[in-house]
Design a protein around this ligand. Structure first.
Ligand SMILES: [Zn+2]
Length: 71
């Protein structure tokens, strides 16, 4: 499985989180993303949250600069 990442910068939130997480498989990435979403963004761990996070995964590694459209 190739490296994947999820980048908070692409999903502007009220706290302007700039964390990006990456891992070599989607299971590791999902666990890290869930922990981050719960600890930092105040979400509660649920099948819906996991599904939503998994849909935000992208192949590769986080870019040096944010890809958000609102920049
Ligand atoms: Zn975040």
């Amino acid at each position: 499985m190739s490296r994947q990442y999820i980048d908070c910068r692409e999903y502007p939130s009220t706290m302007n989180c700039s964390v990006a997480l990456s891992a070599d498989n989607d299971k590791e990435l999902l666990e890290a993303a869930v922990q981050h979403a719960v600890a930092v963004h105040g979400h509660s761990d649920s099948p819906e949250l996991r599904k939503q996070l998994a849909s935000m995964f992208k192949p590769g590694t986080p870019p040096l600069t944010a890809q958000a459209k609102a920049a």
